[in-house]
Design a protein around this ligand. Structure first.
Ligand code: ZN
Length: 307
């Protein structure tokens, strides 16, 4: 018999298109999500965190390949739209929270980028960002087309290049300062925006009651490899501390790397996740997993590739 595989599907925004105030936001429509879950369920055994870990440890010989659903960033869609769909079918999803976003009402830079782009249109947003960057005397990074398209395979080259420069090449503090200004000009109060964008702790606990598993996605959503050792440690420690403080007890707590490509995290970060008691960590490297896979570099497939 073939070795059973674990396919992990990765989702971000999943929203009811008719209720979405940001039609420019790249998201999966709820109807499409519903259909995809039915399709996946017909082809796979839908996994729980427990059965997925057992398969990876070689302790579970599944008769059909397993499929696990994962959701990054802790956006409210996951509470409002996704959890009811999954709970109704008895399927467990894994949801990864950015603790600082919920605890402090901060909007992660990556999400500010998404919403500014959705609201202004990509060309206008890029123009405003680079104008402001230039006015502040920031040096413009050289475009790394290869790295950009590898990291953002689903975007046009221009969008990928911008996102790559934004998320990986620009000095984070200066970049965030610019984005904070532009975000405030466009959307006003950041805390109010964050409260609408992300799940609350109460909603997160309700998701647990509905059978969902919650995990960590760092405290600030910075690429772990971009942080110094002490910054990385303090970010992960804070993430774990707040999860333990705010959530209901779980038998295991998983983790998902922001950005998630192999170069976005380090051996040191993996070591710290171990020490903090996370059971496994998901990357965004594309692939399926088999027994014996590295549980701290699990591969996933994007929801656009999963059907
Ligand atoms: Zn993320």
């Amino acid at each position: 018999m073939d070795q059973p595989t674990l396919t992990v599907v990765m989702y971000h925004y999943v929203r009811d298109a008719s209720r979405n105030p940001f039609p420019g936001l790249k998201s999966m429509d709820l109807d499409a999500f519903n259909r995809q879950v039915s399709e996946l369920r017909s082809r796979y055994e839908m996994a729980t965190l427990e059965s997925a870990l057992a398969l990876l440890e070689g302790k579970y010989q599944a008769r059909r390949p397993l499929c696990l659903l994962t959701f990054d960033d802790g956006v409210k869609d996951h509470y409002q739209d996704v959890t009811p769909v999954l709970a109704e079918r008895g399927i467990q999803g894994l949801f990864f929270l950015v603790t600082g976003c919920i605890e402090e009402g901060a909007v992660a830079a990556v999400h500010k980028n998404h919403f500014l782009s959705a609201s202004l249109g990509f060309d206008e947003w890029r123009r405003r960002f680079f104008d402001r960057a230039q006015a502040s005397g920031l040096a413009m990074p050289t475009v790394d087309w290869a790295a950009a398209s590898r990291t953002y395979a689903w975007d046009t080259p221009e969008v990928a290049a911008f996102k790559y420069a934004f998320n990986f090449q620009m000095p984070p503090a200066a970049r965030d300062q610019l984005v904070d200004e532009l975000f405030a000009e466009e959307f006003g109060d950041e805390v109010a925006f964050a409260r609408q964008l992300y799940v609350s702790w109460e909603e997160a606990r309700q998701m647990q009651i509905d059978g969902m598993i919650l995990g960590g996605h760092t405290h600030r959503h910075h690429p772990l490899a971009s942080l110094t050792g002490p910054q990385m440690k303090s970010d992960l420690d804070e993430c774990r501390r707040i999860l333990d403080l705010r959530l209901r007890p779980q038998f295991q707590t998983p983790f998902s790397y922001p950005y998630g490509k192999r170069d976005s995290f380090t051996a040191e970060a993996v070591h710290r996740l171990h020490e903090l008691g996370f059971c496994c960590a998901f990357s965004t490297e594309v692939g399926r997993n088999q027994a014996g896979a590295d549980c701290f570099a699990l591969q996933r497939v994007d929801c656009k590739q999963a059907a």
